[in-house]
Design a protein around this ligand. Structure first.
Ligand SMILES: C[S@@+](CC[C@H](N)C(=O)[O-])C[C@H]1O[C@@H](n2cnc3c(N)ncnc32)[C@H](O)[C@@H]1O
Length: 244
């Protein structure tokens, strides 16, 4: 049996970026603008984009931070991200479970559901503790996750998405407190099959994890417009925490 973790090949593939192409630079630009306005930071600050993908948020963040580092496990995404080639913008291929820098940040962002992937139950806490270690005094951690309650209540069990001539057959189910999305399609006469498995972490789960990692939860937003989090209505669960 192939024991390779699901997120390694899927996020590194061309097809992941095709399927999620609506999660684009415009969405990143608007969200980052809303966040920096809210956070009201000084331009001398530094930021880490943890799970940066091709760097769509890192690129935007660089407009408001003197130095921005994007980190991702996907070799192909980091290669793409590096094409931004801006002074003060750096990209590195590392695993967020064990990342290491010899400098600290003012803010760490973890955006668009880049959390809750790992089989080891302790890994979530490990990541948060590592974030804590990499933040300056009173540093900020911002996690943008989905609203698990809404996902469960509105589960679309099956759908077909046709994008650029490819029919993605998508199935979703809930198993062992994870949302499991299977994505099957055919391209150039070859069949493909991928799975996403993400823990259904609630606001309470995050509160407890943040507390254990010595963060104080300051605010929970429910959308990229930074509306208040509402467990029944919000699509996102965006947690703003400060290092204690
Ligand atoms: C849903 S994508 C979001 C990417 C990016 N934040 C965006 O909004 O475009 C999740 C990202 O987390 C990355 N990732 C998954 N596991 C990782 C790990 N162990 N360490 C670092 N990055 C990881 C994936 O490669 C992928 O780019």
């Amino acid at each position: 049996m192939d024991k390779k973790e699901w997120f390694i090949d899927w996020f590194n593939s061309y097809y992941y970026h095709l399927l999620y192409k609506n999660r684009n630079d415009k969405e990143a630009k608007d969200f980052i603008l809303n966040l920096v306005n809210y956070l009201n930071l000084n331009f001398e600050s530094s930021a880490l984009d943890l799970g940066c993908g091709k760097g769509r948020h890192s690129f935007e963040l660089r407009k408001y931070f003197k130095s921005v580092t994007g980190l991702d496990l996907s070799k192909n995404s980091i290669k793409e991200a590096k094409k931004h080639n801006l002074e003060g913008l750096f990209f590195t291929q590392q695993d967020m479970r064990i990342f290491n820098f010899d400098y600290k940040f003012n803010v760490i962002f973890n955006l668009f559901t880049s959390f809750g992937y790992f089989e080891e139950t302790n890994d979530n806490l490990k990541i948060l503790l590592n974030c804590h270690r990499h933040l300056n005094k009173k540093g900020i951690l911002l996690i943008d996750f989905f609203n698990a309650q809404k996902v469960i209540q509105n589960l679309v069990k099956q759908e077909v998405k046709k994008i650029d001539g490819i029919e993605f057959n998508i199935k979703r189910k809930i198993n062992h407190n994870k949302i499991i999305k299977t994505i099957a399609f055919k391209d150039k006469n070859k069949n493909y099959y991928f799975q996403e498995k993400v823990q259904l972490l609630t606001q309470e789960n995050f509160k407890s994890l943040l507390n254990k990692a010595n963060f104080k939860l300051i605010k929970s937003f429910g959308s990229y417009h930074l509306t208040d989090f509402n467990i029944n209505q919000s699509d996102r669960l965006i947690l703003l925490a400060e290092k204690k």
